[in-house]
Design a protein around this ligand. Structure first.
Ligand code: CO
Length: 495
């Protein structure tokens, strides 16, 4: 007999919301080098590295839920592949706030996305302290791993056991509490070094400053800051992500306003005070990279199309143009103060669409085309092609072709022909960001592996699925010993 969930899926949608929301729970346990079970496919002996993922691991303290999963404390999952064996290590990032709240077993900080301390509005008003929750991304810089959260500094972790070393100023590069983006780009094609980590920090207000930093990420000066510049712009800037080409760092300053009053008064989280302003024009901010041929020159600012962007996919230079692929929403999506994030109606939220901007540097104009109307997020390219012209992109998408819904499929798209192929976890599986690992020594852009952590709504557990990135065929499925809530970003580290 079909279960209630299966009947609901059949009658109405490609998914059941309670399957989706069942992923939201606290991670109960930390493991170290726990062997994980292959339940389908074959173990891949050629894999020799570690998949690293970051995302919220604590969503509830006593009876109080976070207001938005983005307010959950960061938990790192590392899955190491060596000689055909796969082992899992998972650790919470031991931030100051995590340690304090663990001891008291309650929320004592307000979350940026609307989580309030106990005690109501009065107890939250005028408390403007943030908890650095280190939950957004994990990357290697030099000999350390960094757990990132964009409004404050990185937490350094030991790559061997994922234990937290502590908040890092990167050998004096960052001032106390200086913002450090959660979206660094690893450039393998720079003229200056075999591997550069490019990232930024933004300080915002009526005017905003972008600090663009380029670190060596290989060789004798591994981890050292090579290039550094600061540029001042008019207006408020909410910049979650950016894109790079060989010579440019590309930002999209969304047309939104920040009204801090409800935040200060204790009624809303800071991110709930962001609102699209249809009278404003979004701007592309192009900053010359100091490692490139336009070093020392001023930024170029060009009017951008309507819409809101969290994530870019990739960018490259072609003649006088910068070609930029991004995921555009019609509006800024936010979970309001009276809504429960586990019970949201997906139909009421804007969906993300893959669009291509062609930014003409000479004429200072931009135009936009839609590559696909199907709702998507977390798009990526072969890391060797970051900043260069890439033909293929892989991303998490909805199962349905139009409208918003949970992400249940992984799509490979040819950005020239728009040809698409899929792997699907529907109706009861829910996907996260795919991580593309190119096949060693291969010259084919799409040859390699895709790693996806999947929430298995039927089993009520997390699986790791490995796909062939070329034909999207399933190669291996592992069952994980921990239940990982829908997560954010991650990376692959060669052993
Ligand atoms: Co992001």
């Amino acid at each position: 007999m079909a279960s209630l969930e299966e009947i609901q899926i059949k009658e109405k949608k490609t998914y059941n919301r309670s399957d989706w929301s069942s992923a939201y729970q606290n991670v109960e346990k930390e493991f170290e080098n726990e062997e994980i079970k292959l339940v389908s496919g074959t173990s891949l002996n050629e894999l020799n590295g570690t998949l690293l993922r970051n995302g919220p691991g604590i969503l509830k303290r006593k009876e109080q839920w976070v207001h938005h999963p983005f307010d959950g404390d960061g938990m790192i999952t590392g899955i190491k592949f060596k000689a055909g064996k796969a082992t899992l290590t998972n650790k919470f990032v031991k931030t100051k706030g995590f340690i304090e709240e663990e001891a008291k077993q309650k929320f004592i900080y307000r979350g940026v996305f609307g989580t309030q301390k106990t005690g109501g509005v009065l107890n939250n008003a005028f408390d403007l302290k943030f908890k650095n929750i280190a939950n957004t991304h994990i990357v290697r810089l030099g000999d350390k791993l960094l757990a990132l959260w964009e409004a404050a500094g990185p937490h350094a972790l030991d790559p061997n056991n994922l234990e937290t070393i502590g908040l890092s100023n990167l050998n004096g590069v960052l001032k106390k509490d200086e913002a450090f983006s959660a979206h660094p780009k690893i450039d393998l094609n720079s003229q200056s070094s075999s591997e550069i980590l490019v990232t930024f920090g933004v300080q915002t207000g009526p005017k905003s400053t972008i600090r663009l930093m380029e670190f060596s990420n290989s060789g004798d000066n591994n981890g050292e800051l090579l290039f550094d510049r600061k540029d001042l712009f008019d207006g408020f800037a909410f910049l979650h992500d950016f894109a790079i080409t060989t010579n440019w760092a590309i930002f999209l300053q969304n047309a939104i306003d920040f009204n801090p009053i409800p935040f200060i008064m204790g009624q809303k989280g800071a991110a709930q005070c962001l609102k699209s302003n249809s009278k404003k024009i979004a701007k592309f901010i192009l900053i010359p990279r100091e490692s490139g041929i336009f070093r020392g020159q001023s930024p170029i600012i060009i009017d951008a199309p309507k819409g809101f962007v969290f994530h870019h996919v990739n960018a490259f230079e072609e003649d006088n143009n910068i070609i930029l692929d991004s995921i555009f929403y019609d509006d800024f999506p936010s979970v309001g103060p009276d809504e429960d994030f586990r019970e949201i109606d997906f139909d009421n939220y804007p969906d993300g669409k893959l669009k291509r901007s062609i930014i003409n540097i000479k004429n200072r104009t931009s135009k936009i085309t839609t590559t696909s109307n199907q709702c998507c997020e977390f798009a990526t390219v072969n890391p060797k092609f970051l900043g260069l012209k890439s033909i293929f992109s892989w991303m998490a998408t909805t199962e349905q072709k139009l409208g918003n819904a949970p992400l249940q499929s992984i799509k490979k798209i040819n950005l020239i022909t728009n040809e698409e192929i899929y792997w699907s976890a529907a109706p009861r599986g829910f996907v996260s960001e795919p991580i593309m690992v190119p096949k060693k020594n291969s010259l084919n852009e799409d040859e390699g592996f895709l790693f996806i952590v999947v929430w298995n709504g039927k089993r009520k557990g997390s699986d790791l699925v490995i796909l062939n990135s070329e034909d999207m065929k399933e190669l291996a499925v592992y069952e994980l010993p921990i239940n990982i809530p829908h997560g954010l970003h991650g990376s692959w580290l060669e052993n």
